[in-house]
Design a protein around this ligand. Structure first.
Ligand code: NAP
Length: 245
């Protein structure tokens, strides 16, 4: 059975982008954030009748498939009990900064999604939607079979959960390429060729990191084929984890 309701935990730039795409594709969404459902009223009104707001725990209970779109630093506040038995799309990326460093990731012992799976021990974590920005997500969707349909990578340890997420992404307008287990998801993490840039093209040279981030947020989307995703994943070399600003 295909997904009809998507739970969204974290309704900032990315969570809201995914929710918008999902509503436009005909799904119901349950949005949540840290400050409470009442703070999401304007966004719910903007998204229309398919959207409602709830607490993170209630958003998790409301849907079989839940998107975790909070900062990685907040991963241990995801509602573990309510997410047990659910498929969770982990789109969080590691962005270390003073006061937030994760030694297992810095030593390349674990991928950030393996860390998330550790916390969400009863859930089926699938890494996806983490290497494309909301603007590009809202531009690059296409019907199945379109010659310029964009592909996104996904990784996970549970084949059925990966199939479920591939089904969702198909409904949202994207092909998928399976990169294997969560342990291999570093192939699409920050600092790899698959991360963000293929979907936006070449930035102007000489940008500072904040300028680069701002440029990516507004850059028009560039379609990326499944074959290209496979090539870029294969070309990845594991280096220091995390996007450092
Ligand atoms: N920005 C991008 O282009 C991009 C692309 C791909 C992936 N990502 C990843 O997506 C994630 C979100 O990024 P973003 O740019 O959307 O961040 P953002 O705009 O700062 O939004 C973060 C959201 O998470 C919520 N949140 C924080 N702690 C929470 C908690 N304990 N429980 C429930 N909700 C909580 C915040 O709610 P409150 O406002 O109520 O605190 C807010 O809605 C990050 O992990 C990032 O690495 C970002």
């Amino acid at each position: 059975m295909s997904v009809t309701t998507l739970g969204v935990i974290g309704s900032g730039m990315v969570g809201l982008g995914v929710a918008r795409r999902a509503v436009d594709a005909g799904l119901d969404v349950v949005l949540s954030n840290s400050r409470g459902p009442q703070t999401l009223a304007p966004l719910v009104a903007e998204l229309g009748g398919r959207a409602r707001a709830a607490t993170p725990a209630a958003a998790a209970r409301a849907a079989e498939l839940v998107v975790a779109a909070v900062p990685l630093a907040a991963r241990e506040r995801l509602p573990r009990a309510e997410l047990a038995g659910r498929t969770v799309i982990d789109l969080m990326n590691y962005a270390p900064h003073a006061g937030f460093e994760l030694p297992e990731l810095d030593r390349d012992e674990l991928t950030s999604s393996e860390l998330v799976q550790r916390h969400l021990a009863g859930a089926r974590v699938v890494k996806a939607l983490h290497n494309i920005g909301p603007k590009q997500l809202l531009e690059l969707f296409r019907p199945a079979g379109a010659p310029d349909r964009t592909a996104l990578p996904l990784s996970g340890d549970d084949p059925a959960a990966k199939k479920e997420v591939a089904g969702l992404l198909d409904v949202l307008g994207f092909d998928t390429v399976d990169l294997g287990p969560l342990a291999d998801s570093w192939r699409s993490e920050p600092n790899t060729p698959l991360y963000a840039l293929p979907y936006v093209g070449q930035p102007p040279s000489g940008l500072t990191v904040p300028e680069f981030v701002a440029w990516v947020q507004q850059a028009p989307g560039v379609p990326v084929s499944a074959a290209r995703v496979g090539e870029l994943a294969a070309a990845a070399v594991r280096g220091p984890a995390g996007f450092r600003r």
